[in-house]
Design a protein. Sequence first.
Length: 238
Amino acid sequence: MSADTWKQQAAERAIALVEDGMTVGLGTGSTAAKFVDLLGKRVKEGLSVRCVPTSEATRVQAEKLGIPLITLDTQPFLDLTVDGADELDGNLRLIKGGGGALLREKIVATASGRMVVIADHSKRVAKLGKFPLPVEVVQFGLGATRGMIEVLASDAGCEGELTLRTGANGQPVLTDSGNFILDCAFGQIEDPEALDEALRLIPGVVENGLFLGIADAAFIGGPSGIETLERDDGDASE
């Protein structure tokens, strides 16, 4: 079986959580796209939902599938968000932002009563950090912001190369909100909470890809089937 199959299985487990009348946040990325496809099929079968996409790419996909869309301006609280992750550990701490939608993903996830992660087992790690941490930054003062990230991340025990994300044309990638992304190759992050706190002190940082205390559950597809992680009094248990 392939990673694509495991992603599909995780998405199928998550779609069972969606009930008629729910408001749902739609994630971004290859795994989340499988969930959106499944949701589109259920909408065609008569399921009534209203959804908030976390990116323009997801919005386009959902519109093509006929999924009714709303915004957080009209519906500031959602029942459920289903999204992927670039990494997750046993405490349901995540790294997200590989698809460039970390800001909107975090806004939607924190506006939801429940946030569920779907992923294949390659995303499950003992410690976060093998995947470079995306940090969304404003364009103005990029050099100063990069320098502050290096200094404060080092104080939090993290050092590594910071790379401005560029596209196939060699130009900086712009997020849906018009910002740049720095991919920070810190390696294993021993204290994600300390790093998150440090990055929040930097004015030029819009958001970072550490999702801490946000996910409530995860469905992880792999060779042995679906692994389920659930939050229990602030912790996750298998």
